[in-house]
Design a protein around this ligand. Structure first.
Ligand code: DQA
Length: 145
């Protein structure tokens, strides 16, 4: 299976951005680990990060031709981007929403995701393992089909 791993705004600053919340690993290290993990389970993962809503939407649209599933951490877009919600539905690819932190233990505004209803599910608070769990889920689901 081929996964598109999307990360939204400010996630390029992983490692230096609030490390007590998001961890000490850089975005580059996250991508390296996730692409390696994907190959270990016999899959492929391509990482893409943008601070711009439109770029994420363009990537979701074009994913249709190239990918089997999307793993998305929309960053703060989670809480208000109906455009990303619509893009996931329009692409018709199954998606899992991931958050590094436990959004339910933080500020009130982080508890609401407008994107999760377009996704198969949401994983939060498990750090990098959330992305890996999402890939394993899609692979198991495919093998069971
Ligand atoms: C985040 C949680 C969001 O609320 C926040 O805006 C982020 C990161 C997470 O991975 O925990 O940028 O998506």
């Amino acid at each position: 299976m081929k996964f598109l791993i999307l990360n939204g705004p400010n996630l390029n600053l992983l490692g230096s951005r609030e490390p007590d919340i998001y961890g000490k690993s850089s975005y580059a290290a996250l991508c390296e680990e996730l692409t390696l993990f994907a190959t270990r389970i016999g899959c492929e993962a391509v990482c893409f990060q943008s601070n711009h809503e439109g770029e994420l939407i363009d990537k979701i649209h074009s994913a249709r031709e190239e990918f089997d599933a999307i793993v998305i951490n929309p960053g703060a877009f989670t809480h208000y981007s109906y455009a990303i919600y619509d893009a996931i539905l329009a692409a018709g690819l199954p998606a899992v929403e991931v958050h590094l932190s436990n959004v339910h233990r933080r500020e009130e505004f982080r508890r609401k995701s407008v994107i999760a209803p377009a996704c198969v599910g949401q994983i939060c608070g498990l750090g990098i393992y959330g992305y890996e769990a999402a890939m394993v889920y899609f692979l198991d689901r495919k093998n069971e089909a």
